[in-house]
Write a protein of this length. Structure first.
Length: 139
C-alpha cells in the first residue's frame, strides 16, 4: 500500500503509516524521504518556489488501478521541527505524512473552509499525536 523510497537515514514505521493510509483510502501511495537540497529542487521545478519545504504532495490522475499519488518529506525539516517543538522525530514525520496524505485526497487548507483542518485533527486525535501543522501555523 505504501512504496517507500528513503534516501536518508531517517527510520520510519511502515506498518504504522500503512494503518493511517488504510483508514482513509485503498489506493497505493508513493513516499519519498529526502534532504532539504533535493526537496528544494523539486519545489522549484514543480511549484516555481526556490526554497526547501517540509512536505510536498503530488496527486496522480484518477484512473482505475492508479496510485493516489506521491508524498515527499524532508528529513531535515523533520529533525529541526521535532527539536524545536519538543516531540519525537517519528511524531513530526507522521504529522507531515498525514498532511501530505490529506492533500492527495483533495483537501487544501489554503482555500477550504476548515475541512482539511478538521480531518487532520480527527486523525491526530485518533493517533495521539502533537498539534497539527495547520493549527501550529495558524498561531
Amino acid at each position: 500500500m505504501i512504496d517507500i523510497d528513503n534516501k536518508t537515514s531517517l527510520e520510519v514505521n511502515k506498518q504504522f503509516l500503512q494503518k493511517i493510509v488504510a483508514s482513509v483510502t485503498k489506493k497505493e501511495i508513493e513516499l519519498v524521504i529526502t534532504s532539504n537540497d533535493e526537496i528544494q529542487k523539486i519545489n522549484k521545478e514543480y511549484r516555481n518556489i526556490d526554497k526547501p519545504t517540509d512536505v510536498l504532495s503530488f496527486p496522480y490522475e484518477e484512473m482505475p488501478m492508479s496510485p493516489l499519488g506521491s508524498i515527499v518529506i524532508s528529513q531535515d525539516f523533520v529533525i529541526s521541527k521535532s527539536e524545536e517543538l519538543g516531540h519525537t522525530q517519528e511524531d513530526e514525520f507522521t504529522l507531515l505524512f498525514i498532511h501530505g496524505l490529506l492533500h492527495l485526497l483533495g483537501y487544501d487548507h489554503e482555500i477550504d473552509n476548515g475541512q482539511m483542518r478538521q480531518e487532520e485533527e480527527k486523525l491526530i486525535l485518533q493517533l495521539k499525536l502533537p498539534r497539527s501543522l495547520i493549527v501550529r501555523t495558524e498561531g
